[in-house]
Design a protein around this ligand. Structure first.
Ligand SMILES: Nc1ncnc2c1ncn2[C@@H]1O[C@H](COP(=O)(O)OP(=O)(O)OP(=O)(O)O)[C@@H](O)[C@H]1O
Ligand SMILES: [Mg+2]
Length: 465
């Protein structure tokens, strides 16, 4: 299902121009594919717009009566969603700037180039389709695909939500597994939020980010003078989390001797500060996360078996993003909204080619990588709809999958060629708005050959986001 090319309803265009010659040439070019109406001056145009659903207005600037710029202002006042392309005989930078400022989609000069105007109209229609789709999705997202801050409705994620709801209140230790960027920390926070400890603190400690000689005092605190540099008493994270939840992130990188102390704290429910003599009772629920295979670490002797079993009471493994591609559209939508707010932008969505790339990409960095890509794209967006060219995936697909893989794992020539072909075909398809006949022509292929290639390379017509 391509976004452009198969609209069941013809888009409607209003041509506003006092010159009958211009109106006739638009009619000759557009009547076949669009539902056209005409006005010879501004007031008439506004009247038509108030009674008829129009997708796009092609608007002349110099007309008797109200001039085009004023008409544009009023059109946008009445309905911001109506797109306007300003068409003028007189090239004037000032007018162009003003038109764009007032919200015109684009600005072209007469005599117009037929291909240019057709391509432009296609872009408008494509954008409007996407906007509709995005608004629909926004509704959907708001409805029921969220669990705390977790976006996703993939079956595996739903199982996880159900599991969390069941175990939230029973204080069981949970071990979260999953590749980097799959959402382990978000999940830990969700468990805490769902539990009856949610009015008490959630304290996170990244065991890999703190030098191991400091980690003990970070977790258990220390008394003044316990070691050089301990100039004041320090309360540890276990105490800070009292009554709440302690999240031990990257627990797999904890030093062996410290592991014994953690085990003791979990079993006895009490701790001692470094250099202290007092036993401190604690009531803390522990959640732990790792992106390493802890079982293997146990076999290799770098992780204590007893601690492993103590942590692994409820194991939860988060699937990598490439195994839940059906969540990509929701996540994209979620992050666009987030970064629109943050950067005060008005990005509406992605073009067909960009959508396909986001969907097919392997996401080695999972949701975090997706989020970074969207953040960057929204920050740098040139228009409301982000195209494939604006995505670093463009480079990733070529750069990472081909060049890096060739160097590191020795990608076979056939696979390298496939990846290049897929990337190149996608780029061309994007350029011609997924018109396969046109793409085949540019690629120098018979249309059937292209279709066969699309199938073989797993390129699906763009999915709507
Ligand atoms: N299901 C999700 N919905 C919304 N945002 C998500 C989801 N999963 C992850 N994220 C976002 O992706 C980023 C990475 O998530 P998080 O820090 O939880 O990953 P992680 O599994 O802890 O990774 P690491 O192992 O590298 O620490 C965060 O910005 C988080 O908000
Ligand atoms: Mg993390």
């Amino acid at each position: 299902m391509a976004i452009v090319g198969n609209h069941p309803v013809r888009a409607s265009i209003l041509v506003v121009d006092d010159d009958v010659g211009v109106r006739e040439s638009f009619e000759a070019v557009l009547a076949k594919d669009y539902d056209l109406s005409f006005a010879t001056q501004g007031v008439e145009a506004l009247r038509i717009l108030s009674t008829k659903d129009v997708n796009l207005v092609l608007l002349d600037v110099r007309m008797p009566g109200m001039d085009g710029i004023e008409v544009l202002r009023r059109i946008k006042e009445a309905n911001e969603q109506t797109d306007v392309i300003v068409v003028t005989a007189v090239k004037s930078l000032k007018t162009a700037v003003e038109a764009i400022k007032l919200g015109a989609f684009d600005y072209i000069t007469k005599p117009f180039d037929i291909h240019e105007i057709l391509a432009l109209i296609k872009r408008v229609v494509e954008k409007q389709e996407l906007v509709k789709e995005v608004l629909y999705l926004r509704d959907e997202v708001a409805r029921d695909h969220r669990f705390e801050n977790l976006v996703g409705r993939n079956a595996r994620m739903q199982e996880i939500y159900a599991l969390i709801t069941r175990i939230a209140d029973n204080n069981a230790t949970v071990l979260l597994n999953g590749e980097s960027g799959t959402g382990k920390e978000v999940l830990a926070r969700a468990i805490h939020q769902q539990s009856n400890r949610n009015h008490r603190p959630f304290v996170a400690v990244n065991c890999a980010a703190i030098p191991s000689e400091l980690l003990e005092s970070e977790l258990f605190g220390h008394e003044k003078g316990a070691f050089t540099g301990a100039i004041a008493t320090k309360v540890g994270k276990f105490e800070l989390a009292n009554g709440g939840t302690l999240f031990l992130d990257e627990v797999g990188s904890m030093r062996f001797d410290l592991q014994a102390k953690i085990l003791r704290a979990l079993q006895e429910r009490e701790i001692e500060r470094v250099g202290g003599t007092r036993i401190i009772k604690i009531d803390v629920r522990v959640l732990a996360a790792t992106n390493r295979d802890l079982k293997k670490a146990v076999e290799e002797g770098t992780f204590r078996e007893d601690l492993y079993y103590r942590l692994n009471v409820v194991p939860i493994t988060l699937p990598p993003l490439r195994q839940r591609r059906d969540d990509v559209p929701l996540l994209v939508e979620h992050f666009i909204a987030k970064y629109n707010r943050e950067f005060n932008r008005r990005v509406k969505g992605f073009s067909a080619g960009a959508t396909a790339a986001l969907y097919q990409y392997e996401w080695p960095g999972n949701v975090r990588e997706l989020e970074n890509v969207i953040e960057r794209a929204v920050a740098l967006a040139q228009s409301e709809i982000i195209s494939l060219r604006e995505l670093p995936l463009d480079i990733f697909i070529l750069g990472r999958d081909i060049i890096e893989d060739i160097q590191k794992v020795g990608l076979g020539l056939r696979e390298a060629r496939n990846q290049f072909e897929r990337h190149y075909i996608l780029t061309i398809l994007e350029k011609v708005y997924w018109n396969q006949t046109e793409a085949a022509r540019i690629l120098g292929l018979h249309r059937n050959t292209l279709l066969w290639k699309l199938q073989r390379l797993n390129i699906e017509p763009a999915r709507k986001f």
